[in-house]
Design a protein around this ligand. Structure first.
Ligand code: HEM
Ligand SMILES: *[C@@H]1O[C@H](CO)[C@@H](O)[C@H](O)[C@H]1NC(C)=O
Ligand SMILES: *[C@@H]1O[C@H](CO)[C@@H](O)[C@H](O)[C@H]1NC(C)=O
Length: 321
């Protein structure tokens, strides 16, 4: 009996330690953070996103990508939303964002509505987290509970944006490392890459793949070459998911299995390496994808948030107060 007690005690102590470790850098966000201070925030964001996605389905994708690029640079602190000024260098001109990151006007419009309902209360970082979730749901994807209570940065990092966000030319081991550096597993990385079931990419980001790679369906390569010449047309767009580019589903993984990933980085997930089996699973089991995706996107959303009195609640998402 004494030994059972000892084991019970040991397990209790261990669980406290594990809990403390789990909170480190993951912080005390809560889904009910604004329930008394801005009870309608979720409805306001949802209605605005509905309008934006109805106008242009791609906007759901663009906002989800903004959330990713925000969270991977200094944590989810709305640093990506800051404009460059004469005296401030933001992240909008970083290689992964320039001529590419979009949807800032939608976030501005939501912020204006949220400020009208509850001024100086809801952070731009939380608005982005809610809008990203709503975009996914509006395109037919799974829902999740958004943790809230992030505050906005007073800084941005062009250097971090250029080094910590993955490039489409990256190989599998680099992709795994870049996500590991943010506390995300290879499995999280593969599930989160399923975001490429929606949205578009520019020719400049897939040209080398469609002309020079061998692990690509030749018919698919020819189809994409038709609108992406070997030189020129850098900004010509193609859907990341050839099947259902405005539906958040598991077709992205089905494409990978038949070598129809658009980006080099996409096809790295199914190229004879460690993620092949998981890609196969997701390609045949949309529930498995949805449940891993939602768990991973919540983890991504809790990367290094500013909480308590750190940072600020920006009045205008583009400018520090
Ligand atoms: C795994 C590493 C990743 C790489 C290398 C990567 C790279 C890219 C590139 C190059 C584009 C096209 C940009 C352009 O041509 O203008 C793109 C688009 C996109 N990415 Fe990723 N991405 C990755 C992971 C993610 C993750 C984790 C998410 C979200 C959680 C995401 C969401 C999106 C979305 C939704 C689009 C379409 C955006 C639009 O149409 O406006 N990506 N990504
Ligand atoms: C992946 O890319 C990195 C950086 O370019 C390189 O050092 C590494 O050797 C590559 N790994 C493989 C397995 O090709
Ligand atoms: C294909 O690879 C060759 C040899 O590395 C390179 O010279 C050429 O520019 C590449 N073409 C494209 C479209 O990336």
């Amino acid at each position: 009996m004494a030994s059972v007690d000892t084991i019970t005690n040991f397990l209790a102590t261990l669980s406290v330690i594990v809990t403390l470790l789990a909170f480190h850098g993951r912080a005390q966000l809560s889904p009910t953070f604004y329930s008394s201070t801005c009870p309608n925030v979720q409805t306001i964001v949802r209605d605005a996103m509905e309008e934006a996605v109805e106008k242009e389905a791609r906007m759901g994708a663009s906002i989800l990508r903004l959330f990713f690029h925000d969270c991977f640079v200094q944590g989810c602190d709305a640093s990506i939303l800051l404009d460059d000024t004469a005296t401030f260098t933001g992240e909008k001109n970083a290689i992964p964002n320039k001529n590419s990151a979009r949807g800032f006007e939608v976030i501005d419009a939501i912020k204006t509505k949220v400020e009208a309902a509850c001024s100086n209360t809801v952070s731009c970082a939380d608005i982005l987290a809610l809008a990203a979730r709503d975009g996914v749901v509006l395109l037919g994807g799974p829902t999740w509970t958004v943790e809230l209570g992030r505050r906005d940065s007073r800084t941005a990092s062009l250097t971090a944006a250029n080094t910590q966000i993955p490039f489409p030319s990256d190989n599998l081991s680099t992709l795994i490392s870049l996500f590991a550096a943010k506390g995300l597993s290879a499995r999280d990385m593969t599930a989160l890459s399923g975001s490429h079931t929606i949205g578009q990419a520019r020719c400049t980001n897939f040209r080398a793949r469609i002309y020079n790679e061998t692990n690509i369906d030749p018919n698919f390569a020819a189809l994409r070459q038709a609108n992406c010449p070997t030189s020129g047309g850098d900004n010509n767009l193609a859907p990341l998911d050839i099947q259902t580019p405005t539906q958040f589903d598991n077709a992205y993984y089905q494409n990978l299995v038949v070598r129809r990933g658009l980006l080099h980085s996409d096809q790295q997930l199914f190229n004879g390496g460690s993620q092949d089996a998981l890609v196969k699973t997701y390609s045949g089991n949309s529930e498995a994808f949805s449940s891993d995706f939602t768990a991973a996107v919540v983890r991504m959303g809790s990367i290094d948030p500013l909480t308590g009195t750190a940072g600020e609640i920006r009045k205008n998402c583009r400018l520090v107060n």
